[in-house]
Ligand binder design. Structure first.
Ligand code: ADP
Ligand code: MG
Length: 261
């Protein structure tokens, strides 16, 4: 489709034995915010890694911004797709500024200084993520939430068409979760960036994201508007546990609660 940011046709992927992703057919519209849910081991991280060519191969086709993934050079792909991985390294002694600047690597030319465009992109990413006061702090002296924001800032400095996020809020306290969620939602809305966001935070999805892909055992189980996918029956089918959908007592919007007993 012409307006697809990401399109997979009959895509399947395996590491060594047994398919991890099977018969994936998806068309993600440019500028949309799509959450990816599914049980542990259902292939969510692998799907993102295939889109970013961190893992290579597979059957079927993947198109990124209307072009076959196989036709992209590595630099060209990095200008279009940015990725925040599930497991962040805490070992780096780079400062926040240095790390975010590395997000510009697909644009930099060998032996040439940064251009004013590079500097502006770094500045904007630092502002958007609220990291101005931490610019000179080394990564290994940051809290988990601050480090998460730094990785997000480096991804934004890439000025991508598509942002892939693998559980960026899982280990954050509620305020950091909301901060990161809001930043991602703002960049999707205001900058037209297509977001694919792997998350287990079902309640945040209803607030922030437009569509949901539900994966189960490497298959797309559901794909559609968040409010349509997010029913107690669908969630039970995906996660094999019971859920209640309650009305928020203050604002009335639905809240999803896993059955405790
Ligand atoms: P999720 O992100 O949904 O938890 P993953 O995509 O990480 O799932 O993993 C899907 C399946 O692929 C799991 O069974 C996992 O054990 C397997 N897997 C993941 N990474 C590798 C790898 N590098 N080599 C072999 N198998 C892997
Ligand atoms: Mg994962």
């Amino acid at each position: 489709m012409l307006n697809s940011a990401v399109e997979l046709k009959n895509f399947a992927f395996r590491y060594d034995k047994g398919n991890v992703l099977n018969d994936i057919n998806l068309s993600i519209v440019k500028g949309e915010y799509v959450s990816i849910i599914g049980p542990n081991g259902s292939g969510k991280s692998t799907l993102l890694k295939c889109l970013n060519r961190i893992v290579k191969g597979g059957e079927g086709t993947i198109s990124i911004m209307g072009k076959p993934l196989s036709s992209y050079s590595q630099k060209e792909l990095a200008k279009s797709v940015a990725y925040v991985p599930q497991h962040l390294s805490s070992a780096f002694s780079y400062t926040v500024d240095e790390f975010v600047t590395m997000g510009r690597y697909p644009y930099l030319k060998a032996f040439s200084p940064m251009t004013s465009e590079d500097q502006q992109a770094v500045e904007k990413a630092v502002q958007l993520t609220g990291l101005s006061d931490l610019r000179l702090r080394p990564l290994n002296q940051l809290s988990g939430g601050e480090r998460q924001k730094t990785y997000l800032a480096a991804a934004l400095a890439q000025e991508p068409d598509i942002l892939l996020l693998d559980e960026p809020t899982t280990h954050l306290d509620p305020k950091f979760q909301k901060d990161v969620q809001k930043t991602v939602c703002d960049v999707s809305r205001n900058l037209g960036i297509t977001v694919l966001h792997v998350t287990h935070d079902l309640n945040h999805i209803l607030t922030w994201s437009e569509k949901i892909v539900a994966l189960k055992a490497g298959h797309v189980c559901y794909y559609g508007l968040s409010k349509d996918v997010m029913t107690a029956d669908h969630l039970k089918n995906v996660f094999e546990t019971d859920f209640h959908l309650l009305a928020d007592p203050v604002e009335g919007h639905p809240i999803i609660v896993p059955e405790a007993h």
